[in-house]
Design a protein around this ligand. Structure first.
Ligand code: NAD
Ligand code: DAU
Length: 339
């Protein structure tokens, strides 16, 4: 199979590329990534040594470039990870979220139709369902939960999902969608909760917990997300949405305290800061459909996954030190300076 992976220099896309190159030695993978602040070419330095891998620097909203790439490469499948992915940034500046996440999706799907690509997969998020109350643990997101978004980020992802379903119904595009909960693991960009807290502990900096730290996320180790996408791309039914989640709900404060404990630091580092605007309370995924239909099951429990993740950040300091010492420093000062 020849796959186009978009956004493969980011967190989940890069993990997916390594997953595929490792599992299918006969597959070819092309990655298109424009290398925004969140994309890092060095993340792919092992992949570029593989003869079955090719990197193209480019923007998924650039129709001409995308069409030329599709014409030249004749992909069997496209997996779209490319996106603006950080909720806090979408609250500061929504526009680029609409451009990349919605129009980029359209450009890719048009190219799939034009060049006869057999499968288009949209990597979406549980955030399209909005949030669940904290005091109703019985409620979970299923694939039929209505779309009800909170942030410009989730609204852009939901818009893209609706467009994918419309392209399936109206133009017969062979498309699937996955909606996954919060991922964690190697190459996670330092702006997100888990890497931010690990790096701040290692740098003996305050740990900024939004609100009271009671919000709940359902954490899934990134390779378990990759295996789910792989199954959907190969065996999923066209026009279907598949929820992917870890059955692993944790409050933010639990996550922060776990990281502190693993690293032998002091809880005095915890600093409660102004809450995120429109902050979703709780996400929880029912992944019965993908488990029953495609036989997917998460392999890594949270206790092991968080240890592996912390170890990765300890072993790969140059990767994140380069990020946090650059432009990211300005972002951090702006977001957390007066919070
Ligand atoms: P990320 O921010 O780490 O990476 C995004 C990548 O996309 C970067 O490499 C960036 O350079 C690239 N990109 C951005 N705009 C582009 C454009 N116009 N053209 C080409 N490349 C572009 O994001 P992530 O956390 O790896 O998320 C990947 C996908 O998974 C996103 O679609 C996100 O919505 C979805 N998702 C993420 C999570 C999570 O927990 N991180 C959970 C569920 C779904
Ligand atoms: O649920 C899937 C989504 O998970 C993905 O679609 C998004 O791309 C991904 O970024 C993630 O969104 P969240 O907003 O849940 O992730 P984030 O790491 O930004 O925040 C996790 C929780 O931690 C959230 O309740 C906000 C809180 N938080 C976050 C940061 C960065 C803090 O308390 N302090 C922080 O400094």
């Amino acid at each position: 199979m020849k796959l186009l992976v978009t956004g493969g220099a980011g967190f989940i896309g890069s993990n997916f590329i390594y997953y595929i190159l490792d599992k299918y030695t006969g597959d070819e993978v092309v990655c298109i990534d424009v290398l925004t602040y969140a994309g890092n070419y060095s993340t792919l330095e092992e992949a570029v040594k593989n003869k079955n891998f090719k990197f193209v620097k480019g923007d998924i909203t650039d129709r001409q470039l995308v069409n030329e790439l599709f014409e030249a490469e004749k992909f069997d499948a496209v997996v779209n990870f490319a996106a603006e992915s950080h909720v806090d940034r979408s609250i500061e500046n929504p526009e680029v979220f609409l451009k990349t996440n919605i129009l980029g999706t359209q450009v890719l799907m048009d190219a799939c139709l034009k060049y006869g690509v057999k499968r288009y997969h949209q990597v979406s998020t549980d955030e399209v369902y909005g949030d669940l109350p904290l005091d109703r643990p019985d409620l979970l997101f299923t694939e039929t939960t209505p779309i009800k978004t909170s942030s410009p980020y989730s609204a852009s992802k939901a818009s893209a999902d609706l467009l994918v379903l419309a392209y399936h119904r109206t133009f017969g595009l062979n498309a699937t969608i996955s909606r996954c909960s919060n991922n964690y693991g190697p190459y996670h960009f330092p702006e997100k909760l888990i890497p931010l807290m690990i790096i701040n502990v290692l740098n003996n900096k305050p740990l900024p917990v939004y609100g009271k730290g009671e919000n709940v996320r359902d954490w899934l180790y990134v390779t378990d997300h990759c295996s789910a996408i792989d199954l959907i791309v190969r065996n999923g039914r066209a026009g279907e949405v598949y929820n992917v989640g870890g059955n692993n709900e944790k409050t933010n404060i639990f996550i922060v305290k776990t990281i502190i404990k693993e690293l032998g630091a002091s809880e005095d580092l915890i600093t409660y800061v102004t809450d995120r605007k429109g902050h979703d309370l709780r996400y929880a995924i029912d992944s019965t459909k993908i488990q029953n239909e495609l036989g997917w099951k998460p392999q890594i429990n949270f206790e092991d996954g968080i240890k592996k993740t912390i170890k990765w950040y300890l072993d790969n300091k140059p990767w994140w030190e380069e990020i946090v010492s650059g432009e990211y420093k300005n972002y951090y000062d702006k977001m957390y300076g007066n919070r």
